[in-house]
Ligand binder design. Structure first.
Ligand code: UD1
Ligand code: CA
Length: 450
């Protein structure tokens, strides 16, 4: 199936109470319109077109940022869904094949559903409308059928009492030959209760010409539209429930699925184990057999197979953990490659760094990568032992099999095999502690008496 996608995103209709366009509010780390356009990842799509509202520059920029091949058209005034479709006409001048209309605020239409609609087209329907049986049909448009033919769609505002009693509702998704869709959209009038050019009217217009329209149905959850922050939270929950289920189907152990949050692009390999309360922000890949322990936060990073991360670890963008790496509690890694089998187990910050294979980074180590203006790099070789509480003042290079003594502030490169010690030599004052304790305890007793 090769099809043109038209995503409508011009209308306000939003009660988000926000300074930002509705379709840019995020679900699982991606703008909701990116989810709507996401069907193009699995289906063969010949073109993607988005219709934005007047001054829709931020939406345009966000859409082009997703893919600069997407064509964006402006609908200067929101005169209705048919009018919005007409705005995209220049994209379809010589287009052959079908087009489908989606809404930017309806993010969960599945590729399988569009395929079912395409099948209905192949089986002879000129226009295919996606419907659903609404638990509460509220103000949705109602689908008027005659046998298994769709004859008309009536908007709630224009419906009679009998029509409002119908529970088969319009999702808004419509598929037809691109030329038919554009032609009929251009001919609908606005003589209705809302004074709008309704895309839904193309069914009745088509019917009058002898074209046939059919309904394909999907679950109500799939047509979930977002108008409020509460709807957004519901959409997020729906996404997460699906993502958790999918991860488990793909062989990932989730000890407490409801407490794990995925992004739209999270990839986790087979036999990985994810403990409770883990967050995968965008851009994370975890290879098979890795373990992500409780309360870890991962973003823009890659975790090699057999690696163990956390509990309480933070992997920031550019963290690349090779196989069998160990990142322990209260460790932050940013823009750093950690070689096979290396360990950073406790209370450390490794940023803008390379750490060689089998190196051990002691507790409390910091790569001092920032001088207030520039970021600098730390390079640590293979099989190095970095003592606890080492400050690595970048730019700095530590050679293979070198060591740093605990508490060292490393400001000069350390050659292979050398030991860096940079700290004050210790002195013991004989009996001083005992004398000091006596003095302090006496002072405390005097305060209590008085
Ligand atoms: C629309 C359908 C209704 C269906 C419902 C499902 C029509 C006439 N009605 O009603 O049958 O049950 O969706 O949610 O199509 N838009 C524009 N430009 C416009 C108007 C709308 O781009 O001038 C976009 C909106 O951004 C939105 C979509 O089209 O993404 C739907 O518009 P909306 O005003 O929400 O339509 P509904 O009244 O909900
Ligand atoms: Ca709506």
């Amino acid at each position: 199936m090769s099809i043109h996608l038209i995503v409508l995103a011009a209308g306000e209709g939003s009660r988000m109470e926000s300074d930002h366009p509705k379709v840019l509010h995020e679900i699982a780390g991606a703008p909701m319109i990116a989810h709507a356009l996401g069907v193009a990842d699995t289906l063969e799509v010949s073109a993607r077109v988005v219709v934005v509202g007047h001054g829709g520059d931020t939406v345009r920029a966000a859409v082009l940022n997703l893919d600069e091949d997407i064509r964006v058209f402006e609908q200067p005034e929101q005169l209705g869904t048919a009018h919005a479709v007409s705005m995209a006409a220049p994209a379809f001048k010589d287009a052959t094949g079908d087009a489908v209309v989606l809404y930017g605020d309806t993010p969960f239409i599945r590729p399988e559903t569009l395929t079912a609609m395409a099948d209905a087209r192949k089986n002879g329907a000129d226009i295919v409308v996606l419907g659903f049986n609404a638990a509460d049909p509220a103000r949705y448009g109602r689908l008027i059928t005659d046998g298994n033919t769709l004859t008309r769609i009536v908007e709630w505002k224009d419906a009679t009492k009998a029509e409002r009693a119908i529970t088969l509702c319009n999702s808004g998704v419509i598929m037809a030959e691109a030329a038919t869709l554009l032609r009929l959209s251009a001919t609908v009038g606005n003589d209705n209760a809302a004074g709008e050019y309704y895309l839904t009217d193309i069914v009745e217009l088509g019917h009058a010409e002898g074209l046939t329209a059919k309904v394909v149905t999907c679950s109500e959850a799939e047509t979930l539209g977002i108008n409020t922050r509460a709807d957004l939270a519901v959409a997020e929950a729906v996404f997460q429930a699906n993502a958790r289920h999918e991860a488990m189907v793909n062989g990932v152990t989730l000890q407490a699925p409801d407490s794990v949050y995925f992004s739209y692009d999270t990839h986790i390999g087979r036999d990985a184990i994810v403990e409770p309360n883990v967050i995968f922000a965008p851009g994370v890949t975890v290879e098979s057999g890795a373990t992500i322990r409780a309360f870890s936060h991962l973003e823009g990073c890659h975790v090699g197979s057999g690696a163990v991360v956390g509990p309480y670890a933070r992997l920031r963008p550019g963290a690349e953990l090779s196989n069998n790496v160990k990142i322990g509690n209260f460790v932050e890694v940013k823009n750093a490659q950690i070689g096979d089998g290396a360990k950073v187990n406790h209370l450390s910050y490794i940023g803008d760094a390379e750490v060689g294979a089998d190196t051990n980074i002691g507790a409390g180590t910091i790569t001092c990568n920032y001088d207030g203006v520039f970021k600098h790099k730390t390079i640590i070789g293979k099989r190095v032992f970095i003592g606890s509480n080492t400050m690595l003042v970048a730019p700095i290079t530590i050679g293979d099999e070198a060591m740093t003594a605990t508490g060292t502030i490393v400001t000069r490169d350390v050659p292979d095999g050398d030991m860096a010690i940079g700290r004050h030599r210790q002195e013991n004052k004989t009996g001083l502690a005992r004398r000091l304790f006596q003095k302090l305890r006496a002072a405390k007793a005097a305060v209590k008496k008085g």
